[in-house]
Design a binder for this molecule. Sequence first.
Ligand code: A2R
Length: 313
Amino acid sequence: MLLVGSATERMLGQLGAVFEVLDLPEDNRDKFLAERGGDIGYVLSSGHGGVPAEMIAAMPSLRVISNFGVGYDAVDVAEAVARGVMVTHTPDVLNDEVANTAVMLLLATARNLLADNAWLTSGRWREQGNAPLSRSVRGSTVGILGLGRIGLATAEKLAVFGVDIVYHTRTRRDEVPYRHYDDLTDMARGCDVLISIVPGGAGTEGIINRAVIEALGPEGILINIGRGSAVDEPELIAALSDGRLGKAGLDVFADEPNVPAELMALENATLLPHVGSATVETRAAMGDLAVENLTRFQATGKPVTPVAECRGM
Ligand code: A2R
């Protein structure tokens, strides 16, 4: 089994009981894969680099790629499927935590949590008096882009804050009580807050573009806890800088962990280092599921949670 990225001691203990675990040397990938690629039947992927097509091609005996995380845009699933390689991920076990992060980031952004903290610690409270007022979320309309497992958990948590929920997905969900918009820009025009919780990849690349950002407007708030690639980051920075967009709360970025200095300098941007699911409890649950996908497949030929593209395999 090849480890791409890192794993916790708990995961390594579970994996070591079943597999011979090899580490992918970051500085020597190609040589390593040329020498050992043929021996590898299983991959656990948790790194930013993921598993691109050429890596899959370099492992002719590969059977399963277990992705640590629900989003698997860093794994070339089309290549895997074409070669009969199963891809799995870790859905559901992180819904609650990521939804908490969405709510936390929305409240922190709307209520100036970090700016207020800095107001106190920099001495301005003592020297200049009370911090500027922030805006309440009560009474606002929150548009959720991507009402899947995490989006729905987020919508349900937001109910207690007295907001009106609407959503945009490609397919309407008849079982939910929220208004569906066919068009994202139309929804942004009708919203005070837009929360993005869509997967990465070609289908959502730059979907939050200039038109969507401007439709959200000077009082609008963008929250992104899905994938950075869904936002046109240069357009977002420009709009936050010149006041065409009110505020942004971002947990994800286009080129992690590299965050543009212009974005970090903006007072109306609240930024987190991709910590949506990053608690001890949730990461343990994700790790257990990522490992179980490998061990179950090894024992029975079927994983626990294949990605949608591999469900028929
Ligand atoms: O469009 P639909 O009906 O397939 O709905 C999915 C929506 N979605 C999109 N909505 C609008 N335009 C698109 N191009 C588009 N592509 C996908 O995103 C669905 O409502 C939602 C994804 O939900 P799940 O597959 O249940 O994913 P989950 O577990 O909520 O995680 C979402 C993402 C992960 O892929 C990671 O990137 C991140 O959150 O952690």
